[in-house]
Design a protein around this ligand. Sequence first.
Ligand code: HPA
Length: 250
Amino acid sequence: MAPTIAIIGGTSLTTLDTLKITHRETLSTPYGEPSSPLIYGELSGRNVVFLSRHGQHHTLPPHRINYRANLWVLHHIGVEQVLATAAVGGIRADMEPGRLAFPDQIVDYTWGRHSTFFEDNLKEVTHIDFTEPYCSALREKLIQAARDLGMTAHESCAYGATQGPRLETAAEIRRMERDGCDMVGMTGMPEAALARELGLSYAACAVVANWAAGKSSGPITMAEIERNLASGMDRVKLLLAQVIPRLEAV
Ligand code: HPA
């Protein structure tokens, strides 16, 4: 049976070793090539499809990701629910590296990305409601699964999406803080909006990889990011294994 659940793997989750892989499929879309082949398999007894957002070998920077092709292909094969993983920098004082967080709001600072399906050959101009950018039912499942596993996770927080690929300046992070952002990442948009345009249920599980610029002394190093993500993504895998069997009823 075709999977109705997709996992989009972000930085540090280019493969999902907990997935019992059955087959792979390379599809192209009216919007171009998705980031990676679709990897089909079984996770916790459910059919799941996995897509690596930055490519199989982590070579696509955030602004070069074909978000439209990624979401379009998942919708095309019959996916209804999308769980996205993401690495973020911590802005709020309690967003320390290593923490998991399930954002419930977004502030979008990205630019120049193809950010909508509703632009060409329209019968009418379309504006989606995006008051609540993430699916609340899916978020609830993530929150409950994390609680049941005894994992500490931030359950209400705003994701600021920056253009990248450079990290931010300290002043940019101060501005984002004033804007109400609790964490910063580079891939949350337009992914979430495109999912909504296609009617997909979409929620994100973020791992705090580092303190955002200016929130700790000294520069942000890739070594620090990689160390925190390695342990964080192990917990994300446990969480996915716990939450996926619960998704039927969403
Ligand atoms: N800024 C933007 N994106 C990120 C960061 C950050 O500090 N850490 C991980 N992804």
